[in-house]
Write a protein that binds this ligand. Sequence first.
Ligand code: SF4
Length: 346
Amino acid sequence: MNLVEELRTRRNLSDEDFLRLLKTDEYDQELFSSAVRLRQKYYGNDVYLRGLIEISSYCKNDCYYCGIRKGNRQAQRYRLSEEEILECARQGYELGFRTFVLQGGEDPWFTDERICGIVSQIKAEHPDCAVTLSLGEKERSSYQAYFDAGADRYLLRHETADPEHYSLLHPAGMSLSARKQCLWDLKEIGYQVGSGFMVGSPWQTLEHLIADIRFLQELEPDMIGIGPYINHRDTPFGGMESGSLDLCLRMLGILRHVFADALIPATTALGTIHPQGRELGLLAGANVVMPNLSPVSVRKKYELYDNKICTGEEAAECRGCLQRRVSSAGFEIVVDRGDRRKEYGL
Ligand code: SF4
């Protein structure tokens, strides 16, 4: 049995064998076609839409890789009003979105009360939709309050599962253990949980990527978001190299095998690093796309990394563009909440 067959059968490999897969492009074609067959087993050709609403570019943190970190004096700051957020969701609903992702920096202006009010209003207006939050590290009581208000899912990337590597990417005061605790809290509360990491971040080794797989195996997330690290000029990592498309796609193909029924997006970062990055992501095993529903007037201000795509188009144009891209890869966007179809509970 070769490496890909073994991965497909066991949904796992030894660290040494993961390393062998990651090191070379020798297995890529077989890995990707096997990944697509696996996603077809659970999801057919369906691709789920997530409508991304970027609610705030303020953040109290200073992650070294991030364009909207507190210390970046060049960053343009904005907050969407509650009414603007609700209007984005209404527009998205008309366009066939059944999941809304409220994402933002860790912005204390958005108190628990405000977040709960927005979540419950979206759920009241669109009871057939899922609400996903991606608002960073919070107290468990805050996560519980959002859940009680109707939030269904929470995305919190761990970014790297190696504590030393984590401390090279984040300032003192942020820790991998705190991040992991948040993820465990979210799971216990009952959220569908998403985690993930950057591929090719500064000082990352292939061994770190294996640690990421091992952590995800412990966490068993419903959603896994990965994307190439992309440099932002106004951060402490300004001069450093971005990650590679090839390694990111390979990792995506591996993740589809280990987490066969997971929801895995072809991320905007993939589309930024290569013009067909999202199509290639779908062809490596991804089954979700996340078009932007934020008002065009603020899109450029939510610049986590340089040259982020899709900052000039209206929501309907983004939706249309992705529809064409998804079809060109041989898949189909569906109007659906897009919950995880669990392996044994189809
Ligand atoms: S990565 Fe998230 S928490 Fe860190 S500075 Fe950027 S927005 Fe804030």
